[in-house]
Design a protein around this ligand. Structure first.
Ligand code: ATP
Ligand code: MG
Length: 301
């Protein structure tokens, strides 16, 4: 397939899952088991091939992004446990040059983090121009886990008069403004919610318990969070409604089928990079003269 075809195909695959306007978004409209035309088992090889093609195209685009050194790309991943964030990041980014890509995982905040505003620890990790930055969880936890478990909010040392009912609205507004600011500075933000079903999560947890090689991945705390499933889904839905914008859209990606998830994520990254005016820097006349002089010298001794 030619690059142009790959990009068109990527646009087609990513489009149904892109949310650029949150107002009418409903989580129930996205089926975690959706695979578009990649119908399960029989299509495994096709999904695999689509991913291989996608990864190669992505590597080419990233090379230009790096050489051009103007745009920065920030990819944010949010999901319930075992939805496949780590696998998606690993597979989709497998072809890119590690020199132009950084991954940061945001866990429970440290005491130093809690001594600052909540964006602080994420701002320190924003990508350089020419780079792709990946946030495995992010400041969005501030309207997810912190909302579902108010005890986390209590630990944030905020002046009490700033903590009222309006705090989530305030946070959505600040996040929207922050992402607008990034967009205006050439930092292209794309956000992924890997949407796994409660049933598939259970299956994956049981697998982690039964397979000795996966035991290390299992945490009882993750399983305990299932009691708050509905609260999380509500929080995710509102988060997407409030923060999906044209310049920083969410992709709500079905996550019950890992291969399909990865194809959609790769497609979304490809469509994002392809939407930028990426090109290798033009060499001007004086540079051409410099190159030809250097060549002459190298050939002469
Ligand atoms: P994996 O389980 O695949 O290793 P993970 O991202 O789930 O990856 P964990 O160490 O299991 O990593 O969990 C990180 C935990 O930190 C999550 O439960 C998340 O909700 C929590 N966390 C992240 N940011 C915050 C925050 N700002 N406040 C409170 N908890 C947070
Ligand atoms: Mg975890």
């Amino acid at each position: 397939m030619k690059t142009k075809e790959i990009i068109n195909r990527a646009r087609e695959l990513a489009k149904p899952f892109r949310v650029s306007k949150g107002k009418d978004f409903r989580l129930k409209d996205v089926d975690p088991d959706d695979t578009l035309e990649f119908t399960k088992e029989a299509d495994k090889p096709r999904a695999k091939e689509a991913l291989i093609t996608g990864v190669a195209a992505l590597a080419e685009l990233q090379d230009k992004l790096y050489a051009q050194d103007k745009w920065a790309v920030l990819l944010i991943f949010q999901a319930m446990d075992a939805a496949g964030k780590d696998g998606a990041i690993k597979h989709v980014m497998s072809g890119v040059n590690p020199q132009g890509c950084e991954v940061y995982s945001f866990k429970s905040p440290s005491s130093e983090d809690l001594d600052h505003d909540y964006l602080w620890r994420c701002m320190k990790c924003l990508p350089n121009r020419g780079h792709i930055g990946i946030f495995n969880r992010s400041y969005y936890e501030e309207v997810l886990v912190v909302r579902v478990h108010p005890e986390f909010l209590a630990k944030q040392k905020l002046p009490p008069k700033l903590v009222g009912k309006q705090i989530w609205e305030d946070r959505f507004e600040d996040i929207r403004n922050f992402e607008q600011y990034l967009a205006r500075n050439g930092v292209v933000v794309r956000k992924f919610f890997l949407h796994v079903s409660k049933k598939e999560q259970k299956r994956r947890f049981l697998d982690r318990i039964d397979d000795p090689l996966k035991n290390w991945k299992f945490s009882s705390n993750d399983a305990a969070e299932r009691d708050f499933w509905d609260d999380y889904m509500e929080a995710y839905e509102e988060m997407i409604q409030e923060t999906a914008t044209k310049h920083a859209p969410w992709y709500v990606v079905p996550a019950d089928n890992k291969r399909f998830t990865r194809v959609v994520v790769a497609s979304a990254v490809i469509e994002t990079l392809a939407s930028l005016d990426l090109a290798y820097p033009q060499v001007d006349d004086s540079k051409l003269k410099e190159l030809s002089a250097a060549k002459k010298k190298l050939l002469s001794n």
